[in-house]
Each structure stands twice: as C-alpha cells, then as structure tokens.
Design a protein around this ligand. Structure first.
Ligand code: CP
Ligand code: NVA
Length: 308
C-alpha cells in the first residue's frame, strides 16, 4: 500500500518521480483556468476524503482542486463533525471510510492517529500535517526550488526559528533529496535530535548555529515558519516570542544570506513576527509559488498513492 506518511518513510526514487510528475502535470496545464480539467483524468471515478482536525486554507483548497482537476471527487470532513471526534476509535473509522472512499488525507494532532489510520485503512493515507511533520509542504518546496534553481541536491538550506513540524520534514527531505541544512534558533526549540541524526546518517551536513547572521551566509534557501504552531499552547506565546525574536527573517538577515538565497515560508505568515513584510514581498521571496505548488505536488502524491 502506498501510504504517504513522511518523506523519510518514502523511497527516494519514488519521491524524485513524484517531483518530476508534478513538474510535468503543471506544465501540461499551461494557463488554463483553475477549474478546467486536466487532459489526463487519472482520478476519474475515485472518491477522496479530506479530514481536518485543525484549520487549513492551502491544504484544504489545493487537495480539493487537485482531485477535481484529475477527474475525481472529494469530500471535506471536519474531525469534530465526525464520530471520530466523539469517541469512535481511529481503527473503526479507518475500516469504515475504506468501504466508501479510495484515498484518505488527514490533518491531525498526534502522529499516532495518522499511523493508526494507515494501519487499519485498506486504502492509501496521506499526511496533511501532524504536530510532528508536514511532508506535502516540503514536496511543494522542493518542486519550487527546482523550478527556480535546479535540483536541490548539494545545496545549503537554512532554517531560522522554531525547530517545528515543518522543519522536521525539511530534515527528512535533506536525507532523501541530499541537501545540507543549518538550523539557527534558540536551544529550547531545537529540531528533534532523532531527525537531525537521520539526516546526518544519510551523509548530510546538519549544523546548529545560534548566530543567525553567520548561519545564513551563503544559503541557497532561507526558511522560517510561525513562532506558535497550531498544536502549541497559547500560554507560552510570550515566552516563545521573546526567545525567537532574534531569529526573525528580515532584510538584514536576507542581506547576510546573499542575493542568491531564496526565501520560503509554508504560510500562514505572521508579518512583523517571524518574517517582515519587506522580505515576504521582496525579490527573494517565493512564498506564493510554494503555495501554488502544493496543488501540483499533491496531485503527483495522490497519483503515486493510487498508482494511476
Ligand atoms: N501551509 C499550509 O499547510 O497551510 P494551511 O494550514 O493553510 O493548509
Ligand atoms: N507549523 C505550523 C504549520 C502550519 C501550516 C503549524 O503546525 O501550525
């Protein structure tokens, strides 16, 4: 079963093939209207369930549009509206949904929910974000980098800020796509040691540097994300902001990186917090290309899952 649960759990050749397929499908669409179908309709007759236990704009809309462009049908389900949110077990939910739909995408809190769903579903399951990772986002980011700069293998990516779920998927991708990663942020918010170890074991250089200006020097890509994720307690907000303020991506930091560096953010961004508007709207920012590429990358992921 082709579940898409995490980048480090997916074969590197399959990942490369998905990026190439996304690129090909994006080019094939040209500039036709968003609602127009693709020439190829690999999801014709297929039903996709999109389950959200947390808010979403990009993931929700890009999956829904992607399914429709490929000729399939989708239903968006909120976790709280399902019996899942009222005590029905995940394994029973998995078995029931597998009788109705061909593919399940879920955004949830603890990754054990995703794992249990995948264990008991008889259809493929896609990780649409957990507290611990966000693989679909990083597939879109790899596609975006490749379009603008060529393959990401051997490049230097710098993560500035909270070593969160999106940072984790970058570490997984460093191992699988062969790039180096420097983390700069406060020690309390370091990425998980297990994921740092995984990238290092794959032969990649992973550095941790508390000095953001030194860390970004010569970067091909600078990335940040919100200082307070959906799973973080709001009661720590002030403390997190104080710790993370030195790691804001602003014009001075992008200048320290150099003109070759691209800037990425998975969005939603909090302008004036982790990133300034000057950077978000500046010449190095590719944040809206990333957002668009969620659509193309996920179409390729869904095709891989269904082998169509
Ligand atoms: N980047 C991302 O996953 O955005 P949403 O939370 O809007 O889906
Ligand atoms: N780290 C963020 C990503 C949102 C797409 C969160 O988990 O809230």
């Amino acid at each position: 079963m082709n579940h898409f649960l995490d980048i480090h759990k997916t074969d590197p050749d399959a990942l490369e093939a998905m990026i190439a397929a996304a690129d090909r499908m994006k080019a094939a669409r040209g500039d036709r209207p968003r609602g127009a179908p693709d020439d190829e309709q690999p999801l014709a007759g297929r039903m996709v369930a999109l389950i959200f236990e947390k808010p979403s704009t990009r993931t929700r809309v890009s999956f829904d549009v992607g399914v429709r462009q490929m000729g399939g049908q989708s239903m968006i389900l909120s976790g709280t509206d399902m019996q899942l949110g009222h005590g029905e077990t995940i394994s029973d939910t998995a078995r029931v949904l597998s009788r109705y739909v061909d593919l399940i995408m879920i955004r949830t809190f603890d990754e054990s929910v995703l794992a249990e769903l995948a264990d008991h579903a008889t259809v493929p399951v896609i990780n649409g974000l957990t507290d611990r990772s966000h693989p679909c986002q990083i597939m879109a980011d790899i596609l975006t980098f490749r379009e603008l700069r060529g393959p990401i293998a051997g490049r230097k990516v710098v993560w500035s800020g909270d070593g969160n779920n999106v940072c984790a998927s970058f570490l997984h991708a460093a191992a699988q796509f062969g790039f180096d990663l420097t983390f700069t942020g406060p020690v309390q918010l370091d990425p998980e040691a297990e994921f740092v170890g995984l990238a290092r074991k794959a032969g990649r250089t992973v550095e941790i540097d508390r000095d953001p200006a030194r860390a970004v020097a010569g970067a091909d890509l600078v990335v940040t994300d919100t200082w307070v994720s959906m799973h973080d307690s709001q009661s720590n907000r002030e403390r997190r902001h104080n710790m993370l303020r030195p790691y804001q991506v602003n014009a001075a930091l992008m200048e320290a990186a150099g003109p070759q560096a691209l800037f990425m953010h998975c969005l939603p961004a909090h302008r004036g917090e982790e990133v300034t508007s000057e950077v978000m709207d500046g010449p190095q920012s590719v944040v809206f290309d990333e957002a668009e590429n969620r659509l193309h990358a996920q179409k390729a992921i869904m095709r891989w899952c269904l082998d169509v």
